[in-house]
Design a binder for this molecule. Structure first.
Ligand SMILES: NC(=O)c1ccc[n+]([C@@H]2O[C@H](COP(=O)([O-])OP(=O)(O)OC[C@H]3O[C@@H](n4cnc5c(N)ncnc54)[C@H](OP(=O)(O)O)[C@@H]3O)[C@@H](O)[C@H]2O)c1
Length: 300
């Protein structure tokens, strides 16, 4: 499989897409960021070309022509299903690799019943990609799954921690342990896939930086900041149920966030894939030390 040079990124303005765009530019790729709202003329920003699209088939075919790979990092919720049009447009434009917006827990083998329902549009898209690859053998896909993204959880407060206020919200006991990946590791994985596309054609790759619990993070944060944090407790099951209510009320962002927190942090379970299933070595990921990584988050 020939090397890729030109990469289009959808959702490249987002919290995960932004770091992926930066990592691709740093690795020497020509990057085109496809965004919904920038005005009619393409602009160059920080080494990437930004072009506007209304996400219609015609608009995307035009933008994707000349691109070898498309990386999607569009938001959770309705944009996930909208990726089918992106896949169709990519095939029509002669794109050879599509990386869909995944990056979380496995959507082909969801570890929890709630996740299975929540991830149904992602799972369906993979079926769609598989079918298209059978029909168009020069087209291929790769998915990257990393469990819960540590940086997103800590920066946005989703995991219950506020570094500036030294407060923590612990769900149930805080002892549930789960797979977690840093955003830099996820962005590096996208780069590795596109540098060596043959190794990852039509594969669902699992990566992980840590297996961790809220309690372990709190202990490390208290130690790093040399202070006792103010801790409050929330019932995870109530949060999970509230999440499904919010989703039914057409509030996908808060709904999805509450369901994930309520389900993932509930009880004392251990949600992690086996070490043997990981693609960390294949993708050249180095081991990350949790304490060192949290130190860098606290410093920034
Ligand atoms: N594992 C985890 O812990 C974790 C955490 C967060 C997210 N994720 C996953 O990572 C992926 C990206 O999520 P993210 O949080 O980075 O997304 P985000 O920042 O909320 O949004 C990414 C981009 O999607 C584009 N977009 C297209 N249609 C949209 C619409 N209808 N509403 C809102 N934005 C829209 C926007 O780009 P333009 O405005 O430029 O078009 C936006 O900047 C998703 O698959 C999500 O499930 C995983």
């Amino acid at each position: 499989m020939a090397n890729f040079h030109n990469i289009a990124v959808l959702g490249g303005t987002g919290q995960i897409g932004g770091p992926i765009v930066k990592a691709l530019i740093d690795a020497g790729f020509n990057v085109t960021v496809v965004t919904r709202g920038l005005g009619s003329n393409p602009k160059e920003i920080n080494g990437a070309i930004f072009v506007t699209s209304d996400y219609t088939y015609e608009s995307l075919v035009k933008i994707f022509t000349g691109q070898e790979a498309v990386v999607s990092a569009v938001a959770a919720g309705p944009p996930i299903a909208a990726q089918k049009v992106m896949v169709d447009a990519a095939i029509q434009a002669g794109v050879r690799r599509f990386i869909p917006s995944e990056y979380g827990s496995s959507s082909i083998d969801p570890p929890l019943e709630d996740f299975k329902k929540l991830m149904a549009p992602k799972t369906e898209l993979i079926g769609y990609l598989r079918e298209k690859c059978r029909l168009y053998p020069t087209f291929s896909w790769t998915c990257l799954s990393g469990g819960a993204l540590l940086d997103v959880g800590i920066h946005s407060g989703t995991w219950g921690f506020s570094v500036s206020e030294r407060t923590a919200t612990i769900f149930d006991t805080g002892e549930a342990r789960f797979d977690s990946t840093t955003i830099p590791a996820m962005a590096r994985s996208v780069v590795s896939v596109l540098l060596r596309p043959a190794d990852s054609a039509n594969k669902y790759l699992l990566i992980r930086s840590f297996i961790v619990s809220q309690s372990e993070i709190l202990t490390a944060l208290e130690d790093i900041t040399q202070s006792k944090w103010s801790v409050s407790y929330v019932n995870a099951e109530s949060l999970r149920q509230e999440g499904w209510r919010l989703l039914a009320d057409n509030n996908p962002k808060q709904g999805i966030e509450s369901i994930i927190r309520g389900a993932l942090f509930q009880g004392q379970k251990n949600i992690s894939v086996s070490q043997d299933a990981l693609a960390n070595t294949q993708l050249g990921l180095q081991t990350t030390n949790l304490r060192h990584y949290l130190e860098s988050i606290v410093e920034n």
